[in-house]
Write a protein that binds this ligand. Structure first.
Ligand SMILES: Cc1cc2nc3c(=O)[nH]c(=O)nc-3n(C[C@H](O)[C@H](O)[C@H](O)COP(=O)(O)O)c2cc1C
Length: 182
């Protein structure tokens, strides 16, 4: 199964992107994982859609999403909602033909505080629901206290979190396979 990771943070030292980088070592064998680039997308603007074509970075993201069997979002919370770069990427990929239709999706989030990312994850679920994804609702993954769970090089070092994430990924792969085979 080909899984595409999409981070809601453009920061080089992002904890959310760091969590996605930890995924390949925690995924069940036989699955592929890559991370999408969303930092170079223009702001959503229908004037940039010309004769049914999209700007190159948009087309690249759309192709990556369409080629993926499943999508894994990792997002921070910005002002109690979805970070603008992530919403922008989703809006571009939602344009005809909606790249998300029927895709198995899971969401996780990492924050320095204890509650962080819940207030981004719920609106994200709502938006993706409108786009007809197949959402893995449980387990919810709120990784708080990130300062104690990642080292200075962004490696996820906390064993409890690695174990939890590994189990969640196994659940997600099983879920995505079930969705794919109907
Ligand atoms: C514009 C902006 C708004 C933010 N709003 C919130 C917020 O509402 N709640 C919160 O817990 N953190 C908030 N933060 C802090 C981020 O969650 C924090 O920087 C986090 O580390 C970002 O994730 P990252 O490490 O993946 O970049 C905000 C940060 C920015 C830049």
């Amino acid at each position: 199964m080909k899984i595409l990771g999409i981070s809601g943070s453009l920061r080089k030292a992002s904890w959310n992107t760091a969590a996605l980088r930890a995924v390949p070592a925690l995924l069940p064998d036989g699955n592929e994982f890559s991370i999408a680039e969303i930092g170079d997308l223009p702001l959503i603007n229908q004037d940039l859609e010309v004769d049914g074509k999209y700007p190159d970075p948009v087309q690249r993201l759309r192709s990556a999403i369409m080629a993926a069997d499943a999508l894994l979002f990792a997002t921070p919370e910005y002002n109690a909602s979805i970070p603008a770069p992530l919403k922008n990427a989703i809006d571009w990929a939602s344009r005809p033909a909606n790249c998300f239709a029927g895709k198995p999706v899971a969401i996780l989030g990492v924050a320095g505080g204890l509650l962080g990312t819940a207030r981004a994850q719920y609106p994200l679920r709502q938006t993706l629901g409108v786009l007809s994804v197949q959402m893995l609702f449980q387990p919810e993954v709120f990784i708080g206290g990130a300062g104690q769970k990642f080292d200075e090089r962004g490696r996820l070092t906390d064993e409890t979190t690695r174990d939890f994430l590994g189990k969640m990924l196994a659940t997600f792969v099983t879920f995505a396979e079930r969705v794919r085979t109907g």
